[in-house]
Design a protein around this ligand. Structure first.
Ligand SMILES: Cc1cc2nc3c(=O)[nH]c(=O)nc-3n(C[C@H](O)[C@H](O)[C@H](O)COP(=O)(O)OP(=O)(O)OC[C@H]3O[C@@H](n4cnc5c(N)ncnc54)[C@H](O)[C@@H]3O)c2cc1C
Length: 260
């Protein structure tokens, strides 16, 4: 791919879905972009689907996702967040949702924007020395970039997640109905969510004891931060880890960057 010469320069931090969807929006808006990140494709543990399309990256038609909740929202919430003061909306677990293929969009973004990635360990001191950009868009976990860790809080919960990995021949033996998300708010099962979306099964268990299934990974779910290390109009946090905020979805990185 040839990228034409452009005038405004942006640095994007992180090459997961949030970083590459933001890159896509910036390139469309005429920015010159360099991506600084460990150059490895994201496993996207837990991620199920895009909640909105990304023009130019999503190709497949939208599908309808059906949610089935067993048990109660209270027990479901407790399994994920424990004592953390976090609410979970009943509606989100009962409604039907339109869905676009997040892996297809990320694959397309990866093959298109791979040449823009500089393999780089990003640290606070690297950022201090990084000059010549009109804009920094960050999707790297904000807790790793915060330079006042004693003063700033990073609330999070930890879960276990499993995702099909066809490239490794890894497929879950338990497979919900296609385009279904099963939410388990009963005390009977350890897991709290299992989904089968666009052919990929993902499952989630509460933190604590590792579920006895090969391929599970411990995953952090950010909840909230008061970190103010990078508050500037030139530094924008995107993605759930970059903004360290509960419930942030991948497509929002595209929408945020498209407004810059
Ligand atoms: C359980 C769970 C379910 C989710 N489900 C959905 C969903 O269905 N739909 C949805 O839109 N979102 C979902 N999300 C949110 C989020 O979109 C996904 O977690 C997504 O996979 C994360 O993408 P990301 O680009 O923000 O982060 P990542 O994929 O983690 O990418 C971060 C990038 O930064 C790089 N990096 C990290 N640290 C450094 C460093 N110090 N130096 C250099 N590079 C570094 C990594 O190598 C990686 O490239 C879910 C999140 C969780 C936890």
């Amino acid at each position: 791919v040839k990228f034409p010469k452009r005038s405004k320069r942006a640095a994007v931090l992180g090459c997961g879905p949030a970083g590459l969807f933001a890159t896509h929006a910036l390139i469309e808006k005429g920015w010159s972009v360099t991506i600084y990140s460990k150059r490895r494709k994201s496993e996207m543990f837990g991620a199920q689907y895009l909640h909105a399309p990304i023009p130019g990256l999503t190709e497949s038609e939208a599908q309808t996702i059906h949610y089935n909740l067993a048990g109660t929202v209270g027990t479901y919430r407790e399994k994920i967040y424990g004592a953390n003061a976090v609410t979970v909306s009943v509606e989100a677990l009962e409604e039907m949702h339109p869905a676009w293929d997040i892996r297809e969009a990320y694959d397309n973004a990866w093959s298109r924007y791979f040449p823009l990635i500089e393999d780089q360990d990003v640290t606070p001191s690297f950022l201090l020395a990084l000059t010549g950009n009109d804009l920094l868009v960050n999707s790297i976990p904000l807790n790793s970039l915060c330079y006042q860790r004693d003063a700033h809080q990073f609330h999070q919960t930890s879960i276990w997640a499993y995702g099909d990995a066809p490239e490794r021949g890894q497929f879950a033996s338990y497979r919900p109905e296609p385009f279904t998300v099963e939410c388990d708010g009963t005390p009977d099962h350890a897991w709290y969510r299992a989904s089968n979306v666009f052919g990929y099964v993902s499952m989630e268990w509460p933190g604590g004891k590792r579920p006895p299934l090969p391929g599970v990974a411990q995953v952090v779910k950010p909840i909230f931060t008061d970190c103010s290390c990078y508050q500037s109009r030139k530094f924008i946090n995107v993605g759930r880890y970059g903004s360290w905020t509960k419930g942030v979805l991948s497509h929002q990185a595209y929408e945020t960057a498209a407004k810059l």
